[in-house]
Design a protein around this ligand. Sequence first.
Ligand code: FES
Length: 121
Amino acid sequence: MARHSVCKVADVAVGALTEVKVGRSPIVLSRLPSGEIRAVGGRCPHQGAALRFGCVSGTTGSDTPNELTYGCEGEILRCPWHGFEFSLRDGLPTTPDSESLTLRLRMYEVEVDGDEVVVVT
Ligand code: FES
């Protein structure tokens, strides 16, 4: 396990994606609304799109006709290429189907050391 100081805590915002590099590998950081910082591999597990160009959103669902509920605000990363969505909590796809079921984001452990974000690889 190696620890890499990658940026300042203030550089990681809720609803935003911050790309850093560890060696030549891109890693994307985002802060959840709860304050936790998540680090995921910078390439989409589907076909390798650069996730720094994606967006952070939530989920929509419905239990009754004519009613749409919005949830998980700030916890979903949508790939900019084909639109697959993954949870920033666990890296799993949020709308599993036959194509996305086996895909998941590569998750990295994150530590906060003073005002530095440290990614463990
Ligand atoms: S490359 Fe990300 S959904 Fe296809």
